[in-house]
Design a protein around this ligand. Sequence first.
Ligand SMILES: Nc1ncnc2c1ncn2[C@@H]1O[C@H](COP(=O)(O)OP(=O)(O)OP(=O)(O)O)[C@@H](O)[C@H]1O
Ligand SMILES: [Mg+2]
Length: 202
Amino acid sequence: MNRLFYQMMGNQSINGMIKKELRKSALLIRSGFSAQQVADASDQIMNKLLKHPWYRQCSTLFIYVSMDNEVFTHKLIQKAIDDGKRVCVPRVIPGKHMEAVPILNMHSDLAKGFFNVLEPVAGLPSVSPVEVDLVVVPGLLFDREGYRIGYGGGYYDKYLTSIAQHCHTVGLIFQALLIEKLPREAHDEKVMLVITENEMIG
Ligand SMILES: Nc1ncnc2c1ncn2[C@@H]1O[C@H](COP(=O)(O)OP(=O)(O)OP(=O)(O)O)[C@@H](O)[C@H]1O
Ligand SMILES: [Mg+2]
């Protein structure tokens, strides 16, 4: 029985399987948010981040470009460019890793790439992870200890192992997708601060 069970599971850990199910549930919950709900809560989250010393003090910001019903970051990206920050967005090299690429213009420097996500256009050079002062991390779910579940590529888990010691990390998530405690695997990296429309946890 045990042998059969492990054969069926392959190399999957129990937590890995639970994470898959949680991903599906999170996507379902998220698809039920109205555009107005997403816009209003995203504004509240953005305003909290903009007031935070980690944002105020950062020179190089690495921030995801939101899609679907993720916490909306397009306004935040424009604001950070206007504030004179060096604003980097992710470029995924499929099957390999993720890079932080500085952009100057939200429109001309971004184009649809891997998985239909807006990415920096080809040719723009990346910066080393050790140059980044603040990473704004996306997630399908976060918990109160800063652990998260992403889309399952492991790109952020990998990236967060290569940032400098002084670098701060922040997760943005709607309150409805903040969980008490998520399952975690050995490779999962947590963020230092989680911001929702109602709370800052860190
Ligand atoms: N530091 C790492 N080095 C190599 N592989 C890694 C690393 N971190 C994660 N991975 C790989 O990525 C896979 C997916 O990880 P996980 O399920 O935690 O994704 P996720 O956290 O949802 O994704 P993401 O980090 O892109 O948001 C893991 O099974 C693992 O093989
Ligand atoms: Mg992970």
